[in-house]
Design a protein around this ligand. Structure first.
Ligand SMILES: C[S@@+](CC[C@H](N)C(=O)[O-])C[C@H]1O[C@@H](n2cnc3c(N)ncnc32)[C@H](O)[C@@H]1O
Length: 113
């Protein structure tokens, strides 16, 4: 059997390439999953929302994130590290017009989506 040993930096680079490929490929699937471009699975609160109305759970996750940020009325910057197509940032911008949002993603496909 032939084996190939990658040094650590090559492995890191290879993993990065695989992740970018994954997110480039999976992004359109998520667009089918969530019309608001959320790339998470939502937040379930019994008797408040329902897995059968997925959008209610997806938006509740965004609500929960924003609630924990304690956003004031002052001008503020929001940075989303691992933003996907920006579902959570878009939601935040609709709720708070004093925000400027910046997103970081590995996938340039997501940036231009
Ligand atoms: C499952 S998606 C979630 C997107 C978004 N937070 C949401 O909930 O809709 C994960 C995101 O993290 C990004 N990501 C993963 N590892 C990263 C890294 N090391 N640097 C920058 N972005 C990264 C991916 O490109 C992708 O956009």
């Amino acid at each position: 059997m032939k084996t190939l040993t990658l040094n650590h930096l090559e492995k890191v680079q290879q993993t990065k390439i695989e992740m970018i490929d994954f997110y480039d490929g999976a992004t359109n699937d998520y667009a089918f999953w969530s019309k608001d471009l959320n790339m998470h699975f939502g937040y379930f609160i019994p008797f408040k929302n329902s897995p059968f109305a997925r959008n209610t759970m997806l938006n509740e996750m965004n609500n929960q994130v924003l609630k924990r940020l304690n956003i004031t009325k002052e001008k503020s910057n929001l940075i989303d590290l691992g933003c996907g197509v920006g579902g959570t940032m878009r939601y935040a911008l609709k709720k708070h017009n004093n925000l400027t949002a910046f997103g970081v993603t590995l996938s340039s496909f997501q940036v231009f989506k």
